[in-house]
Ligand binder design. Structure first.
Ligand code: HEC
Length: 133
């Protein structure tokens, strides 16, 4: 019995340790990936590149990089009208996905830190909450 306990305890500890290695940002981005796959992938695609002139890219997007507040606002409330992303004009409509503030923070953390993007510090639920239309 004692041996069995040790046998079970070691893998449990190892799993515990490996989770410890994920930062809060990593954990948020991991949750964000699930949300991205459910709500964003149809337009912006799994590789984040979108479709030129129709759905703007998120991967290496100068808009996302430089206009964090506007980007969060567009995910929170939807976005329409002309915007320029990487020198290309978009004039489409992105509907609001109706996500909760913590889910928006997670998905923003995912797109800010995927496909080679490394945009800013971790976005928090409180930050999303404070952004109004
Ligand atoms: C129905 C298609 C569609 C879906 C689904 C969608 N978007 Fe968009 N997204 C767009 C379009 C179109 C624009 C540009 C709107 C404009 O022209 O003003 C845009 C713009 C953006 C921008 C700002 C521009 C940029 O490329 O940096 C961000 C950030 C963004 N979307 C993130 C998301 C996230 C995150 C999700 C999922 C929660 C999502 N989008 C879901 C179509 C979509």
């Amino acid at each position: 019995m004692k041996q069995l306990c040790i046998f079970l305890a070691i893998p449990v500890m190892l799993i515990g340790f490996s989770f410890e290695q994920f930062s809060d940002l990593d954990k948020s981005a991991l949750r964000g990936k699930v949300i991205y796959t459910d709500f964003c992938v149809t337009c912006h695609l799994a590789n984040g590149k979108g479709t030129e002139k129709i759905f703007p890219p998120l991967a290496k997007s100068d808009y996302l990089k430089n206009q964090q507040t506007e980007s969060i606002k567009s995910v929170k409330y939807g976005q329409k009208g002309k915007i320029i992303v990487n020198g290309i004009a978009y004039n489409g409509t992105m509907p609001s996905a109706g996500l909760e503030d913590d889910e928006i923070a997670d998905v923003i953390n995912y797109i800010n830190h995927s496909w080679g993007n490394n945009y800013g510090k971790m976005v928090t639920k409180e930050q999303v909450q404070s952004i109004k239309k």
